[in-house]
Design a protein around this ligand. Structure first.
Ligand code: GLY
Length: 345
């Protein structure tokens, strides 16, 4: 098992290893004692791991509740947020009790925001079951739900008490969902870790080490800029345009797929060296991530102008010209228009 300690406003460990779910109850009891827990999960993850997770905590002596939401981005909404906190209140959940996010990014973000707001904040545990959640969304404390006006517009920074990543749970992911997580792994390689890219290209890295490397990059960034006033923005490489593509597809394209398209458009659009663009396209293709964008520049710009990363007269766009060296560029909308025109070709 690998342990990465995140030193944010609250310090916590990210544990990464095979079959940790069965141990989760024991691990949590040893570190934090006993209390009531409520597992928040979705119907698909529940089918695979709900019972195992309940057993792990019950066997360790916890009193366990479970709330199951429908799988998918459309569940990350205010209605589910209010339903969950109402249920917690009806169950007389106290400030001493703990939520557990068992699932991918949607479950983690929603559960985290419930934890951030219920009784002005209670503890929560992340148990990511997708690669995307393992390498990105379970770490760093971003929690939110979506609003009709856009993704993640209603949320809070709220750090988990521990992240327990059982790499065995990634075995049941479809190829498509796994690829979605690989888009975030590739993002880390491009913004901070040229060696990771080389090892991905050569297939010379284990899954566990790959996750650990990404979490270590995120740890360093979050330790320096937890609340995204500067450096943390580089984690949004590919995301500003990616979120626009995601919204225009009515969330039919996966988040990772859209980030892949966003990374390619921005890299080509800022005229990064040909070799950088080529390596990006090749590695995305290797992990079955298309770079083709079916939406026109004006539609993308319209969505980007509503993005929460918007600043008064433009948007901060993350660019990578040399692999491992991300830059934050503040671009006005005319410059972004030109960038997209060039990047989609
Ligand atoms: N997913 C980007 C971040 O946590 O900042």
């Amino acid at each position: 098992m690998k342990t990465v300690t995140v030193d944010a406003s609250k310090a916590y460990d990210v544990l990464i290893g095979e079959n940790l779910l069965l141990e989760a109850g024991k691990i949590v009891k040893e570190r934090f004692g006993l209390f009531r827990v409520c597992i928040i999960t979705d119907d698909i993850v529940d089918g695979h791991y709900g019972e195992k997770c309940v057993r792990s905590f019950v066997d360790a002596g916890f009193s366990v509740e479970k709330i199951v939401i429908k799988n998918g981005e459309e569940s990350k909404n205010c209605e589910n947020l209010i339903n969950i906190v109402n249920t917690l209140a009806q169950m007389q959940f106290t400030r001493n009790d703990v939520l557990i996010a068992l699932g991918g990014g949607v479950v983690g973000d929603l559960c985290g925001f419930c934890a951030a707001t219920y009784m002005r904040g209670i503890r929560f545990i992340q148990i990511p079951t997708t690669l995307l959640a393992a390498v990105d969304s379970s770490v760093g404390g971003k929690t939110a739900v979506d609003l009709p006006a856009g993704k993640n517009l209603f949320g809070a920074f709220w750090q988990p008490s521990i992240v327990i990543c059982d790499t065995k749970t990634l075995d049941t992911l479809s190829d498509e969902i796994y690829s979605c997580g690989m888009a975030e792994v590739i993002k880390y390689a491009f913004i901070k870790d040229a060696e990771l890219l080389e090892r991905l290209e050569k297939d010379s890295i284990s899954r566990e080490e790959m996750i650990e490397r990404c979490v270590c990059i995120k740890r360093d960034i979050v330790a320096e800029d937890e609340f995204e006033t500067g450096l943390r923005q580089i984690l949004n490489f590919g995301h500003t345009i990616g979120h626009a593509v995601e919204a225009l597809s009515n969330f039919e394209l996966s988040h990772g797929q859209c980030v892949a398209i966003g990374m390619k458009i921005v890299t080509k659009g800022i005229s990064a060296p040909e070799k950088t663009v080529e390596r990006l396209e090749n590695i995305l293709n290797k992990f079955s991530l298309s770079t083709k964008c079916d939406f026109d520049t004006e539609s993308l710009l319209d969505k980007i102008s509503r993005d929460k990363k918007r600043v008064s007269d433009g948007v901060n766009v993350i660019c990578v010209k040399e692999i491992g060296e991300a830059q934050i560029l503040k671009l006005d909308f005319d410059s972004i228009r030109r960038l997209i025109d060039l990047g989609v070709k």
